[in-house]
Design a binder for this molecule. Structure first.
Ligand code: TXA
Ligand code: MG
Length: 329
């Protein structure tokens, strides 16, 4: 069972130390409790998906301690800044272009070039400031279950899978944050949530553009073409053909591996968490190697293997048209 502590200075230090060590910590925010990990630590972020039992990798919200920290990781346009000034800290998440070469792990944004940022109210912002790194944190619940809005709800659901829970009483809002994205002069509503659309509309003196829920929320990290490598992808291979790059997994190599044009191993020891943390980066690197095809060794379907295979299947799928991609951007 997880250790449940309060929210005094000592507790904040304990939480920051645990997060710095790569552990998962459930933290209270004004919307719902978050299952937090250091956003720069790929193994820790992979641990979030593992603990939640998510069957796929979707992009996670990254929590910052202030606007200055947001600017370290994203390019903030004037309209987004106006929204941050008006509503941060609070239940508003803003999707922004990710700065290249940040240390945010690619698994956080599920390989996208945008990042969803939010500054939570209360103790969470103090933990982030103490850590001086952003926290990736989806709601603290098993995938498919109701979001945790109290320490006991989190303990009942995830207690066996996480080390530490900070208890700040029931969440004030009880509903996830509202997610918006500025597109030129318009503000798109990607997910309705704890901040009313009308409140945002009052600040922008305009109307929010409602985006189709499924394409806006599920598609960003899910669409094959968002993440499709230039190279073709062959899954579940039992031999590497001439000229192919190899994405390997585990201690045993398939035949022809030695002759592969390029080769990276997701996890030498067959550790699925390590493999998840390496997946996006290695796919990009093998794609950049210039081979026409990336051959992928079989990866088991248990635990995080399901999400890894889901993502690989999308990468291997026939490309959707660029039209479709543009429509949901
Ligand atoms: O209230 C909340 O927002 C809670 C608390 C813990 O802060 N967090 C939360 O996070 O709900 P999460 O990671 O479950 O939110 C994920 C959703 C995705 O399903 C997607 O809709 C959106 O955030 N999202 C994340 N990154 C995105 C991106 N780059 N583009 C578009 N949507 C994105
Ligand atoms: Mg959730």
């Amino acid at each position: 069972m997880a250790r449940i502590i309060g929210t005094d200075e000592q507790a904040i230090r304990t939480a920051a130390d645990a997060l710095a060590a790569g552990m998962l910590v459930a933290i209270p925010t004004e919307t719902v409790y978050g299952l937090a990990a250091d956003a720069t630590n790929g193994n820790a972020v992979a641990g979030i998906f593992e603990a939640k039992g998510r069957p796929h990798f979707n992009p996670l919200i990254c929590h910052v301690s202030d606007i200055a920290m947001a600017e370290r990781y994203a390019v903030v346009d004037p309209l987004s800044r106006r929204l941050m000034n008006a509503f941060w800290p609070g239940p508003l998440t803003v999707v922004l272009p990710l700065r290249p070469d940040t240390d945010i792990h690619p698994l956080v944004a599920a390989g996208l070039d945008t990042i969803a940022l939010r500054m939570p109210r209360g103790v969470a912002a103090r933990i982030i400031a103490a850590l001086d790194r952003p926290l990736a944190a989806p709601s603290a619940n098993t995938s498919g279950r109701i979001s945790g809005t109290s320490a006991t709800a989190v303990e009942d659901d995830l207690g066996g899978r996480i080390a530490l829970i900070l208890d700040a009483g029931p969440s004030e809002v009880g509903l996830e944050s509202t997610i918006v994205k500025v597109d030129g002069n318009t503000v798109q509503l990607l997910r309705p949530g704890g901040l009313a659309a009308e409140d945002i509309e009052a600040v922008i003196a305009g109307t929010l553009k409602r985006i189709d829920q499924r394409s806006a929320i599920e598609a960003p990290g899910m669409l094959a073409s968002h993440y499709a490598p230039l190279a073709g992808v062959r899954l579940n291979v039992h031999e590497v053909r001439a000229g192919e790059a190899l994405l390997a997994f585990g201690p045993q190599r398939v035949s022809g591996a030695k002759a592969a044009a390029a080769s990276l191993n997701l996890s030498e020891t067959g550790d699925l968490r390590e493999a998840a943390a390496n997946l996006f980066d290695y796919m990009k690197r093998l794609d950049a190697s210039g081979s026409a095809v990336i051959a992928v060794e079989p990866i088991p379907f248990n635990g995080l293997g399901e999400a890894i295979n889901d993502r690989l299947v999308r990468a291997a799928a026939p490309r959707t048209s660029s039209m479709t991609v543009e429509q949901i951007k």
